[in-house]
Design a protein around this ligand. Structure first.
Ligand code: BGC
Length: 928
């Protein structure tokens, strides 16, 4: 009698469901088990593989169910296999799973009969987007496959019907090393006899503008297409045709297209080109060895958002508001316009003084233009560009009604896997903003921002954000692909370009926290998805990076001097100097050297490479002792005396003695108090600071920082109506104007990296073993929240933790998927480890609510939210200090003094007007 339900249909590599055109000949398999009796534990599995005429069953004695090896002979090009699995425990076999199919792509360059072609005279940099066209006579198809890719971006039609639903294919990779091709099932689009394939080519990343240095055509000046149509007839015979010099080219109706500047379309011209103006094509040489199949999902339309209002700006412009900063384009319905009338759609993320705030876009024109056909109703929509926006200004379209406009959201079509909610609506909105930030910055490549003349794969940004990303969405394939680009673009000396794919071509790119993406991102993928293969694949790249740093550090073992971004965008850095962080760049640099060396050592030891592991342990140890010698006092003060320095030191174990750890812990919490619980970290410290506080028991201080709403803080943007995470803590200044810094995006995910802490620590759902095979459930409640919940589709299935504080009881519900276990730590309880299943615990609420406690020290005054608010408000009313930051600054030097002396300390220097009033008001709170 089976003791569990049938497993899910198997998944292949990091893909969801069946896969067409996979690049792995031996794709790894994973499955989940929905339900099982208590105590069920898989001890063996069977994989049934059906290919051509044969079915074979492979039995494996193992408890693994995530990314297990392909048990059969490797697939050959175009080969299809149907796969199902079943599992056994000590007692019996489960039912068989449903079947998924996997079909190999073209695994060798020799499988391609087609050649890259490029229009001969059309398609210069300033001409219309070309359409290339081929015609073939084909037998009736039992199975039809179309494989294609381009230099540029493409959209294809077969016999007048759109092929697939991908946008901006083939996406962006390090083109000279890796160019993705897509495989489509076109069986139903084919017909017996004559067939016509038409493909429009846009400039995209290959030939459009790219990077803030003003470059264009960075990968080449000719657009090109590779397309191969493969038809298997009723007798099983394969017929292959593809791009060659018999194809023709014509100009499409797209007069100009650029990812930054937008698209100009003439709707009076035939969109797919006119035959009469046909051009010939040249076969162009491209190394087919660079072709790779996709590892993750393509870019698609993922949502359509209606306009929420139509605004009239002070200058009289018509502005559509979609209510959400998003990425994609506007689809607009117009009617009754004169032929050739020009309609303009301009985009921006924010309004300033009621007009489009386009300054943050820098040189990106972000404008779509249409010359309409005229007469009846027309739909205006681009397809070879994208914009980051919430607002769109429309001109030339007559009166625009809200119902005639929608925002088409595009992005890598990643499966959503993580959710968070809580009792604080602002925090919940912040989390939504993080999700939107991720969606907008995963347009095939993990980018810094999606709107200005940048949109690059900045390594530092994804280095800090990858844990959050891996919780919220299945980014396994997406980041696997990006890491392959990172390895490909890494310099021979191990340096890692600042952006991947590399378009900046810095000759010696070594920046701490940025290049460390080489070590951190594979580690995060392993931790979150259970993928050990990615470690093996990336280890050479990881080692090369750390070797480079070790060489730069030299005999001192301190990586010092040289170019660094440092704790980028520390809020105290002036708008025009984001480098000017409080934490010295050298401290950031050596800390990262140690951390990455630690990671490489751990990875090597996971892979059984003990000698390698030993070497990097030595590298890390040498740098650690140098760090301690150079930057830490015996009592635990650090150079620099700034939260980021302490957070790194505490999180990465850079402090050798317990006295130093205790001292550093106390200093970090005091620095947070000193800033009046405002954030004081940039890209480097922000993902670490709350963990570092909680690690030392300062849970309440961490929450005060998290829930702060005045500037700078995570929630300040929410108070300003933000719908995404901003690049700067104050991209929009409190007076509603745009930060004057020339780098001010309203959609940057890096500072949203704290969401990982919301999932792991606030809700309490963390991975304790790779792929969440063991969960750590350790929610840390606080008085300011009455509930929180996180849910994640782990590789083993759905896991969830949700808690509530009510009537003195802390109730925790936990869901552990089959195949996983959970170590549960609850306040005041012994730690326990449980198997799969749904659990509820009810324990005394550990949070103190209500009741007035007399503070002992000035520090206690900071730490009691009610008393602190009173002190801040009363001080402001008395004119002693204007706001929380100012009060904190006055009192910080006296943290250990008796609480009863707060008023005295507030007036420590300067006139004593208002002293008596303030004493009268505060003394009852501060002294017995
Ligand atoms: C990007 C950042 C990036 C940085 C390098 C900026 O222009 O938008 O997010 O990491 O440059 O410091």
């Amino acid at each position: 009698m089976a003791r569990c339900t049938a497993p899910s249909a198997p998944r292949f590599e990091h893909h969801d469901g069946s896969v067409l055109g996979i690049g792995a000949a031996a794709p790894r398999l994973s499955w989940t088990i929905d339900d099982a009796e208590p105590g069920f534990a898989q001890t063996a599995y069977e994989v049934e593989v059906t290919r051509a005429e044969t079915t074979r069953v492979f039995t494996v004695e193992a408890s693994d169910q995530v990314l297990v090896p392909w048990p059969a002979e490797p697939l050959v090009s175009r080969e299809e296999a149907a796969v199902r699995v079943r599992v056994r425990d000590a007692v019996d076999w489960s039912p068989w799973s449903a079947t998924s199919t996997v079909e190999a792509g073209l695994l060798s360059p020799e499988d391609w009969a087609a050649s890259f072609i490029s229009p001969r005279t059309l398609a210069g940099l300033e001409t219309a987007a070309p359409v290339v066209r081929g015609r073939f006579d084909l037998p009736a198809a039992a199975v039809g496959r179309l494989r294609l890719t381009a230099h540029g971006v493409y959209e294809a039609r077969l016999n007048g019907q759109r092929v697939g639903d991908e946008v901006l294919a083939p996406g962006w990779t390090s083109y000279s090393h890796r160019l993705r091709y897509q495989t489509h099932d076109v069986t139903d689009l084919l017909r017996e006899g004559s067939n016509e394939l038409e493909v429009v080519l846009g400039n995209g990343w290959f030939r459009g503008r790219l990077g803030f240095l003003g470059g264009r055509g960075l990968y080449g000046d000719r657009l090109a297409l590779l397309a191969q149509l493969e038809v298997t007839d009723a007798h099983g015979e394969l017929h292959v045709v593809g791009t060659d010099d018999s194809w023709t080219a014509a100009e499409s109706g797209v007069l100009a297209d650029d990812l930054y500047d937008g698209q100009r379309t003439d709707l009076r011209r035939p969109m797919w080109g006119s035959e009469s103006a046909a051009d010939v094509v040249d076969v162009v040489p491209v190394d087919l060895g660079v072709l790779v199949a996709p590892d993750g999902p393509p870019v698609r339309v993922t949502q359509v958002v209606p306009a929420v209002q139509v605004l009239r700006s002070p200058s009289g412009a018509t502005i559509l508001d979609f209510g959400q900063v998003l990425v994609g384009w506007v689809r607009l319905r117009v009617r009754g316009l004169a032929a050739g009338a020009e309609v303009l759609v301009r985009h921006a993320e924010v309004l300033e003084d009621g007009e489009l705030g386009v300054r943050p876009l820098r040189t990106a024109r972000a404008t779509d233009t249409y010359l309409v056909a005229g007469g009846g109703e027309e739909i205006l929509e681009p397809g070879l560009t994208f914009h980051g926006f919430r607002y769109a200004e429309v001109s030339g379209a007559g009166e625009v009604r809200g119902e005639d406009a929608e925002a088409v959201v595009i992005g890598s079509d990643l499966q959503r896997t993580g959710w968070f909610s809580c009792s604080d609506p602002m925090l919940a909105r912040f989390h939504d903003n993080v999700v939107w930030g991720l969606r907008g910055n995963t347009v095939d490549v993990p980018t810094d921002c999606p709107q200005r003349d940048e949109r690059l794969g900045w390594t530092g940004d994804i280095q800090v954000f990858s844990p959050t990303a891996a919780f919220l969405f299945n980014v396994g394939g997406f980041l696997t692909s990006w890491l392959a680009d990172l390895s490909a673009d890494q310099l021979p000396d191990g340096s890692v370009p600042y952006v991947i794919p590399d378009v900046l071509h810095d000759p010696a790119p070594t920046a701490a926290a940025w290049g460390d993406a080489a070590a951190v991102v594979p580690w995060v993928l392993h931790e979150r998805t259970g993928d050990t293969g990615i470690l093996a694949r990336q280890l050479p790249s990881m080692r090369a990076w750390v070797d480079r740093l070790d060489a730069l550090a030299g005999e001192s073992h301190l990586w010092a001097g040289g170019f660094q971004f440092g704790d980028w965008l520390d809020p105290s850095a002036p708008p025009d100097d984001p480098f000017a962080a409080k934490t010295a760049p050298d401290v950031v640099a050596t800390a990262h050297l140690i951390r990455s060396a630690d990671l490489v050592a751990q990875v090597a030891s996971i892979l059984g490479q003990d000698a390698v592991a030993g070497h990097y342990r030595v590298v890390a140890a040498a740098a650690r002792s140098a760090f301690g010698r150079e930057y830490v006092t015996p009592g635990g003060r650090l150079l620099s005396d700034a939260p980021t320095a302490y957070a790194m030191a505490l999180q990465w174990d850079l402090l050798p003695t317990s006295e130093q750890r205790v001292g550093a812990q106390r200093r970090l919490a005091d620095l947070v108090r000193a800033s009046g619980f405002h954030i004081n970290t940039g890209f480097v410290g922000t993902p670490l600071v709350t963990d570092a506080l909680v690690g030392g028991g300062d849970v309440d201080v961490a929450y005060r920082l998290l829930l702060q709403t005045s500037c700078p803080s995570w929630l300040y943007p929410v108070t300003m109506g933000a719908t995404t995470v901003w690049e700067r803590w104050d991209s929009l200044l409190p007076d509603g104007s745009i930060n004057p810094g020339e780098m001010t995006s309203f959609n940057h995910y890096a500072l949203g990296a704290v969401a990982d802490w919301l999932h792991r620590v606030v809700a309490g759902l963390a991975p304790a073993e790779p792929g969440y095979r063991r969960l750590l459930v350790e929610p840390r409640p606080c008085a300011a929240l009455t509930s929180a919940r996180a849910r994640h589709l782990t590789p083993y299935g759905e896991a969830a933790v949700s808690w509530e504080r009510d009537g003195g009881v802390f109730t925790v519900d936990v869901l552990v998927p089959v195949g996983a276990r959970a170590t549960v730590r609850l306040p005041g309880q012994e730690e326990q480890t449980v198997g799969h299943g749904a659990y509820r615990w009810e324990v005394p609420d550990p949070c103190r609510v209500g009741g007035h406690r007399i503070p002992r020290t000035v520090r206690d005054v900071f730490d009691d939210p009610a008393i602190w608010t009173e002190v801040v408000n009363a001080s402001a009313a008395a004119g002693v200090a204007t706001d929380e930051t100012a009060v904190a600054k006055r009192l910080t030097p006296f943290l250990d003094d008796p609480a009863g002396e707060v008023v005295e300390r507030l007036f420590a220097h300067g006139p004593r007007d208002g002293y008596d009033t303030l004493t009268k008001q505060l003394q009852p709170l501060l002294a017995p």
